[in-house]
Design a protein. Structure first.
Length: 219
């Protein structure tokens, strides 16, 4: 894991996520977003150049909502895709990921799984993720003809259909390229293996101090 991973999540709070990082690292995390569009443009150009063949379209996966408006203005012909999941499952998954990762990093603020540390993660992730979901809904409601929204459940139940739907819009063709088919097969195998994993940390929303019923209001 990149040592600066959590420095990018500075919105969670410097007391929780950036306590172990020098001031220069925190400033670098903020500066990353200020320079993000230029950085993204370099990645696009490098990708097209690397693969060659005269391609003019590129698909890049990432969490770009914070920069989405600027990217949309910079690339007016771009299509934006997102996968949405039932909020409670999404938050529970994110909380376990963040909490387990912080333990693995051995940070001063969360080196042991105390109840206070667990509740801190629950509060922070709930606030941030709820704000993220509202921003995501607003962004994808604007200019919907260039936006693609896929339900997580639909992708799990029929990944091939979901990818075909994506390519109808962003790929401008219904036939899925062979390299994508191959990647999907590897992905399905990975999901099957993941279902067998017994996680050492797998807390519920209630254990994180979150009322799952209240989250229904953002569905």
């Amino acid at each position: 894991m990149n040592r600066g991973f959590f420095a990018l999540a500075y919105d969670i709070g410097p007391d929780q996520m950036l306590a172990n990082y020098p001031v220069s690292d925190r400033e670098e995390a903020v500066q990353l977003w200020d320079d993000f569009e230029e950085y993204f443009d370099d990645i696009v150009r490098k990708t097209l150049c690397f693969y060659g063949g005269g391609g003019k379209r590129v698909m890049i996966k990432g969490h770009y909502l914070a920069a989405a408006k600027g990217l949309e203005e910079r690339y007016p012909n771009a299509d934006f895709l997102t996968v949405v999941r039932e909020p409670r499952k999404r938050l529970e998954s994110m909380m376990n990921f963040v909490f387990a990762s912080r333990l693995a990093m051995g940070t001063d603020v969360a080196s042991v799984p105390t109840k206070r540390n667990i509740l801190d993660v629950g509060e922070a992730i709930t606030r941030i993720e709820c704000e993220y979901i509202e921003q995501e809904k607003a962004f994808f409601a604007r200019n919907p003809t260039r936006k693609v929204v896929i339900k997580f459940e639909d992708y799990v139940n029929s990944p091939t259909k979901a990818i075909v739907d994506v390519y109808k819009v962003v790929g401008n063709k219904e036939k899925i390229p062979p390299e994508v088919v191959s990647a999907m097969e590897r992905g399905k195998e990975g999901h099957r293996n993941r279902a067998k994993i017994k996680y050492s940390i797998n807390l519920t929303l209630a254990e994180f101090g979150v009322d799952g019923n209240k989250l229904r209001t953002i569905e």
